[in-house]
Design a protein around this ligand. Structure first.
Ligand code: NDP
Ligand code: OXD
Length: 309
């Protein structure tokens, strides 16, 4: 079995080893410009169009991440009829749960306020927030959204969730579709974004939508920067409507040194690290899916290219 590999920024040898462990029968080669030799599968993250154009010999393309916005941007360069398969948790769920739970608890327990007091050697009790006033709304109730909710449920926060199709999740007020988005936002003191980036979700969080959040709300974006109109968030923070934001993703990454987010102390920035692709776990997941495909079985994580996720 021949596998071609390209992952922007990754060490291909480490992937080669991980794949060798998970699938000793596979022969993985690093794709180079001009390589049109036959292959059965492609493993990719942000691949160049030339790698996949016309490659109808492939049985499937495995995306080495959960989000498929970058690969779907290739449009016509994606070989027609070849399934695209994304990572399905593969160790990212627990990382997302840690990252978001940490940010939520930091806000709820006023740890940023105490950190500011520490700097001035101030010993002062701050009135705690009440849980009933600290509802958390999770935009996106898929694989990762559910892992986040599972973590937050253990802390007894009131929980809201929003998805495209109606869901039923234990202890969560579920909202669905654009008709229910405003209602969901009005009910959510902390907004967690874990949506795929599609034509429907791009620029979703503009001034009008963010202003629906209750005064003093917090935003945690761990999905994609293009969900958010960045200047609208800054304005609402500076006007005092939004109390703070934790942002892991940005319209342009790396974030430019001149970006005004760096100067806003109420924004916590991280460089797209909320959930990293775990090499060994991902290689094992892909190996299992290849085996299932070879046996003609159904697999999870098949991307609906017309829907965009
Ligand atoms: P899933 O496909 O499992 O879940 C997507 C969820 O979003 C589903 O609940 C889906 O609704 C909902 N959704 C999609 N479109 C809409 C819409 N138009 N309106 C309302 N809801 C919508 O994805 P994952 O949970 O695995 O991943 C989510 C995203 O997280 C990825 O696409 C990626 O962008 C981001 N990510 C970021 C990482 C980081 O390090 N920052 C790491 C990994 C992922 P429905 O259930 O009805 O289909
Ligand atoms: C992903 C990511 O989508 O790392 O997996 O952003």
């Amino acid at each position: 079995m021949d596998i071609i590999f390209h992952s922007a920024g990754a060490n291909p040898e480490l992937w080669q080893n991980a794949l060798q462990q998970a699938m000793p029968e596979a022969n993985m080669r690093i794709w180079h410009e001009g390589d049109t030799a036959p292959a059965d599968y492609a493993l990719v993250w942000k691949p160049p169009a030339a790698m996949l154009r016309g490659r109808t010999d492939l049985k499937a393309i495995f995306n080495l991440g959960a989000g498929v916005d970058a690969i779907l941007q290739l449009g016509d360069a994606l070989p027609a009829g070849v399934p695209v398969i994304r990572l399905d948790d593969a160790g990212m769920g627990v990382q997302m749960a840690e990252f978001v739970a940490h940010a939520v608890l930091r806000y709820f327990r006023r740890l940023d306020d105490y950190a500011r007091q520490n700097q001035q050697q101030v010993w002062r009790f701050l009135t705690p927030y009440e849980k009933k006033d600290f509802s958390i709304g999770v935009l996106g109730l898929g694989v990762l959204g559910n892992r986040i909710i599972d973590a937050l449920r253990g802390f007894d926060f009131p929980l809201n969730g929003w998805s495209r199709t109606q869901k039923s999740v234990t202890c969560v007020n579920c909202y669905a579709g654009h008709d229910q988005l405003d209602q969901f936002l009005k009910a959510s003191k902390v907004l967690v974004v874990i949506l795929p980036l599609t034509t429907e979700t791009e620029n979703l969080l503009d001034r009008e939508k963010l202003a629906l959040l209750p005064k003093g709300a917090y935003l945690i974006n761990v999905a994609r920067g293009a969900h958010l109109i960045e200047n609208d968030l800054l304005d609402l923070i500076q006007e005092g409507h939004i109390a703070g934001a934790t942002l892991d993703v940005f319209r342009e990454e790396p974030l430019a040194p001149t970006h005004p987010f760096w100067q806003e102390p109420r924004i916590t920035l991280t460089p797209h690290i909320s959930a990293l692709t775990m090499r060994d776990e991902s290689a094992r997941q892909i190996a299992a899916k290849i085996q299932a495909l070879q046996a003609g079985q159904a697999i999870a994580g098949l991307v609906d290219q017309s829907r965009g996720y």
